[in-house]
Design a protein around this ligand. Structure first.
Ligand SMILES: CC(C)(COP(=O)(O)OP(=O)(O)OC[C@H]1O[C@@H](n2cnc3c(N)ncnc32)[C@H](O)[C@@H]1OP(=O)(O)O)[C@@H](O)C(=O)NCCC(=O)NCCS
Length: 333
């Protein structure tokens, strides 16, 4: 029998998928009153990917997951657990992970979704790690996937310029070696701020009716300024807390993978943590904010570009609607 104290949970494989359709800031300026200059200087976003009308969140999730399984060097039949983080499920139910399980032809293993908005991937990572540590599962597929274009009001310039579609995935595996892989993950939430970033309609509080649709309640609503201020504070606090909890300092971190929402938020975080921006993975210029997909897409890209080597400390940090926040520190394997 293996000793759980001598085991670690590592990221064994990564993958991502972005739909081919690119929508530039100039394209958006033909739809709403905005400009490339405004979007670039306020957010850092230049373009985003938008899914095809018939392309679902689970389609994108399955593609990212396929790459992660291949990258992990295991067979789809080795997957024991599927968790999808998303705010844009294919349907209210069944959950998106069940669609992914079927699309990939996986065994009849547990499959469910986690919803913590843009922090969702790190929440799902923590849930999966906990389940793997019970000893009942060996390999988990953890996916962040979003079709935010399906809940974006394309007539609202204050939100439609920010979001994009895509998916990222990791295979988490138990290894018989202590002190590697996920060192710690810390999650938090403040439910007193549910109203500043939400989709108010379509749930049990306000089921879809002609009136809710006419009032655009099925789209993302956001108080950008307030979200901005809180985001900087909570990301900084959770990054600091996770470093303190593991005894590392900012100097030890090789790469920070922040949730990709706004360049100015990332710059403020870098400044407060005193970590140079060259140690941050930033790709929101090409993808915009893809919510739960943003960190795993950036992680897969960083891996592809050779930005992580064995032993590197990788800090992932997120915030999102809820409000929720999360940070995870990983010793790369
Ligand atoms: C949304 C955000 C970019 C707006 O930037 P800002 O500097 O706060 O801008 P403001 O909201 O104060 O708006 C400034 C002006 O620009 C206008 N504006 C808003 N969106 C615009 C756009 N796309 N193009 C041109 N002008 C725009 C506003 O109407 C406002 O005009 P006014 O002064 O005449 O009223 C910024 O608040 C932000 O990124 N917040 C965080 C959002 C976020 O990360 N959400 C996801 C969380 S996971």
């Amino acid at each position: 029998m293996s000793n759980p104290n001598r085991q670690s949970v590592i990221i064994k494989g990564v993958g991502s998928y972005a739909p081919p359709k690119v929508v530039t800031n100039d394209d958006l300026s033909k739809v709403v009153e905005t400009s490339d200059e405004w979007i670039r200087t306020r957010t850092g976003i230049r373009e985003r990917r938008i899914a095809a009308d018939n392309e679902t969140t689970s389609d994108m999730a399955a593609k990212a997951a396929q790459e992660a399984i291949l990258n992990a060097g295991i067979s789809p039949q080795d997957i024991d657990l599927v968790i999808v983080a998303t705010v844009t499920p294919d349907m209210p139910f069944p959950n998106t992970a069940c669609f992914v399980q079927a699309k990939l032809g996986l065994r009849k293993v547990p499959a469910f979704d986690v919803e913590a908005a843009c922090s969702g991937f790190l929440y799902a990572l923590d849930v999966a790690e906990g389940m793997l540590r019970t000893g009942r599962y060996r390999n988990a597929l953890v996916i962040g996937a979003e079709k935010l274009s399906s809940i974006t009001n394309w007539q609202d310039r204050t939100t439609c310029v920010l979001f994009g579609d895509g998916a990222g995935a990791v295979v988490l595996s138990v290894v018989d070696e202590p002190g590697v892989g996920i060192l710690n993950t810390m999650l938090g939430a403040d439910g007193s701020e549910t109203g500043i970033l939400c989709v108010p309609g379509g749930g049990s509080a306000s089921p879809s009716t002609v009136e809710t649709i006419e009032r655009s309640l099925h789209y993302i609503q956001m108080q950008g300024n307030q979200v901005f201020k809180i985001a900087v504070r909570v990301m900084c606090n959770s990054a600091t807390e996770i470093l303190n909890s593991t005894g590392y300092t900012a100097d030890d971190v090789s790469l920070v993978i922040p949730h990709q929402a706004n360049n100015r938020i990332i710059e403020a975080l870098a400044q407060r943590l005193e970590i140079g921006l060259e140690r941050f993975k930033i790709n929101l210029d090409r993808y915009g904010n893809t919510s739960a997909a943003s960190i795993p897409i950036a992680l897969a890209e960083a891996h592809r570009n050779g930005r992580m080597k064995k032993g590197d400390l990788v800090l992932m940090v997120a915030f999102g609607g809820g409000l929720t926040w999360a940070a995870s520190l990983i010793k790369w394997q």
